[in-house]
Design a protein around this ligand. Structure first.
Ligand SMILES: [Fe+2]
Ligand SMILES: [Fe+2]
Length: 311
C-alpha cells in the first residue's frame, strides 16, 4: 500500500464486499455451545466472531440449569429476553423477577446476576454492544463472581421484588409478556412495543441496545419493503424467509436474522399456515449515524399494511 489514504479507500471497498458476502441468518441448530465464567452454557448467534458484519453489536443465547445462577458481572448496556424458565435477577442490590417472555434493560455498568429458581432450565437471549465499546476503549467488563449452583441460604437472603423500575433514575428495568403494549400500527399483522424504537418507550431508557418490539406476521403475508441501518430479528415462533439486498434467506423458529448496517432493502415473508412472531433488537449506534447522515434515514418503499402474498 503506497500511503495511508489509499489504504482507507481499499478498506472502504473491502467493507462493502464483506457486507455483501456475509451470512444473514444465525441457525439455532448450528450454535456452538461453550461454558464461560458467566454462563454454564452460552453460544454466540450474531457476532463479529462468526463473520457477521455488525455495527459493534452481538446476540448471544444462554442457558441456566435448574438450581443454578449465572456469574455476577458488569459491562456496558445489555438487553435480555427470557425465552423459558423463571427466577430473578439481582441488579445492583435490587431484585427483579422473571417469567417466560420477560425483558430486561441492564443499565451501563450495573452489576447483575440471574438466578434460576424454577423447575426447568432458563433460556435467555442477550443483546450487547460489547465489540463497539471495546473498540472505543469504553467496554470495561468485570467478572465479580462465576456461575454456579444456588445455595438455598443465600437465595433466602435476597429481598422480594419492590418495583420494576430502577431506584437511581426511575427508568424501567423489566417488562413481562402480559405488559407488552399492542400498537395500532399496521405494517405487520400485529406489533407490540417493548422498549420501542430508540429504546425510550414504556418507561425504558435504553441507549446502547434495546429490544424494540415484537412483530406478528399472519399466515401468507409479507411485511412492507424498507431500508434502514442495522437491526436483528429473532424468530420466536413460526418459520419464514427474508429478502435482504435482493437475496432470499429462509429461517426457522429459533434462528436470528441480521439486517446489516448498510442500507439494504429488505422484506419479511410468511408463506406458511401459522403465525410468525419475531423479536426485534436494535442498537443505539444506528441513531448516532442517522443523526449525521441523511442517507441513513429509514426508507419505506411500500408503506401499505401487511399485504397478502397473492396481491
Ligand atoms: Fe450481562
Ligand atoms: Fe427492517
Amino acid at each position: 500500500m503506497s500511503d495511508f489514504y489509499t489504504a482507507w479507500l481499499e478498506r472502504s471497498k473491502n467493507n462493502q464486499k464483506t457486507v455483501d458476502e456475509a451470512p444473514r441468518v444465525a441457525r439455532s441448530k448450528d450454535l456452538k455451545w461453550v461454558r464461560t465464567p458467566q454462563d454454564y452454557k452460552a453460544a454466540l448467534m450474531i457476532a463479529p466472531e462468526l463473520g457477521f458484519p455488525t455495527g459493534g453489536s452481538c446476540l448471544m443465547r444462554a442457558e441456566i440449569p435448574v438450581g443454578w445462577h449465572t456469574g455476577r458481572h458488569l459491562h456496558g448496556e445489555e438487553a435480555i429476553y427470557v425465552e423459558s424458565g423463571e427466577g430473578f435477577i439481582i441488579l445492583d442490590d435490587k431484585r427483579y423477577d422473571f417469567f417466560p417472555g420477560t425483558i430486561f434493560h441492564i443499565p451501563y455498568r450495573s452489576p447483575h446476576q440471574l438466578f434460576n429458581t424454577g423447575s426447568v432450565p432458563v433460556g435467555y437471549l442477550s443483546g450487547l454492544a460489547w465489540h463497539l465499546e471495546a473498540d472505543v476503549y469504553m467496554g470495561k467488563m468485570e467478572q465479580l463472581e462465576e456461575c454456579g449452583e444456588n445455595d438455598p441460604k443465600i437465595l433466602a437472603q435476597f429481598p422480594k421484588e419492590e418495583s420494576q423500575d430502577w431506584p437511581e433514575d426511575g427508568r424501567r428495568i423489566s417488562m413481562h409478556q402480559k405488559q407488552f403494549e399492542k400498537s395500532d400500527e399496521s405494517k405487520h399483522g400485529a406489533t407490540y412495543f417493548l422498549m420501542g424504537r430508540s429504546g425510550k418507550q414504556n418507561g425504558f431508557k435504553a441507549t446502547g441496545v434495546a429490544i424494540s418490539s415484537i412483530f406478528v406476521d399472519l399466515p401468507h403475508t409479507k411485511s412492507h419493503s424498507h431500508a434502514h441501518p442495522e437491526a436483528y430479528l429473532y424468530a420466536l415462533e413460526g418459520d419464514g424467509y427474508s429478502e435482504i439486498g435482493g437475496k432470499r434467506y429462509d429461517w426457522n423458529q429459533g434462528d436470528a436474522v441480521h439486517v446489516p448496517p448498510g442500507m439494504l432493502h429488505h422484506q419479511h415473508f410468511n408463506p406458511y399456515d401459522r403465525d410468525m412472531k419475531e423479536l426485534r433488537f436494535e442498537f443505539g449506534i444506528r441513531y448516532w449515524l442517522v443523526d449525521q447522515w441523511k442517507g441513513y434515514t429509514t426508507v419505506d418503499k411500500h408503506l401499505k399494511a401487511t399485504t397478502h402474498m397473492v396481491d
